[in-house]
Design a protein around this ligand. Sequence first.
Ligand code: HEC
Ligand code: HEC
Length: 355
Amino acid sequence: MKAIYSISLLITIGFFSCCKPDCEDSTTDNEPTLFDLVIPSPLPTITIPSENPLTLEGVELGRMLFYETLLSGDETQSCSSCHVQSAGFTDTARFSTGIDGFQGNRNAMVVFNLAWSPTLFWDGRATSLEEQALDPIVNPIEMHENWEDAAEKLNAHSEYPNLFKKAFNIDVIDSSHVTKALAQFERTLISGNSKWDKFYRGESILTEQELRGWDLFNVDGPYVGADCFHCHTAPHFTDFTFHNNGLDSDVSMNDLGLYLVTQNEYDKAKFKTPTLRNIEVSGPYMHDGRFETLEEVIEHYNFGGHASSTVDPLMKNIGEGLLLSPTDKEALLAFLRTLTDEEFLTNPQFSNPFK
Ligand code: HEC
Ligand code: HEC
């Protein structure tokens, strides 16, 4: 087992390109090697926090930790239990089940292109990936471990102390370096090679139907457009902010969303706009996973959404609906499917290193 993962570690380190000319020497000194993050156009450049630069050693360690079941209370669950690569790093359940069999009331979120995201979680309660990663490990409905025990298990492990030494030059593993490594790996999870990206770069063409869908996406309704672009803005297909997209008429009934963080009445039932990249594989949809299919999502917007005290002014067709024809709904769906990035969903650099 140990031998297997040492080999896969070597292989995967080989996948990453070095960005320092003295790359070969990096194993002999104590300095980790900077990781060369490749960002495909049209995604913009990223600012990596200076207190946690990306290194080959840190990213690979983060990848191992992402798949490491030792980090959960009963050693059965890892981040990847709920964040599965082939589903855009989310799961296919409406609510994920933690190690004690409990379920929350929120649908797991996709984990990619988060280096650009100023806030995390449906209600935005974390402001960095390092801060976010503290939560699932101790969360009683998720991995339900405590940080002392998690760190103890890693410190007693035959390989991790050495890997943390190489990545961070530390002798004792603690939560801050576990979360730094996880955040480094997550920052490399970049999806930017969908059919749409290739079309945008002039490398591929869209079918007439897909182009019609892309037009509808970018034009105000009713009859003529679907008006999605205001909130699901390209190239991220999210504006990284919070809206109430008209799911319910009573904003105090269920999950209060952003209000839980700001305590502002006007933030009730507002949620982080999810990216639409890889949307074809990341269902069920919405913060509570209420829609099983993209057809249902399109019906929601076509109906116009529910009026309420916090519904977004950009939900412009409440009461009236978008009035899309069946052909146009098909076209919108065809366009949404062009956002699937097979290369990302099957990229061996992001897969389970223990397999
Ligand atoms: C039991 C299932 C489960 C496990 C295990 C789990 N997550 Fe999550 N993850 C979720 C759910 C559910 C949400 C949304 C929670 C919310 O908004 O309150 C989420 C949200 C996130 C987000 C926010 C994404 C965004 O767009 O804002 C990140 C990042 C993330 N998880 C990473 C991780 C990491 C790293 C681990 C392991 C340390 C992990 N998750 C373990 C279920 C899980
Ligand atoms: C007013 C801003 C806004 C507009 C306009 C808008 N959306 Fe959304 N969209 C959101 C928000 C916010 C969510 C998450 C809502 C929630 O979970 O409570 C969402 C969720 C979704 C989801 C589910 C994503 C997931 O991962 O669960 C899909 C799919 C979607 N929107 C597609 C569209 C399409 C297609 C259009 C145009 C017809 C559109 N949206 C128009 C803000 C908007």
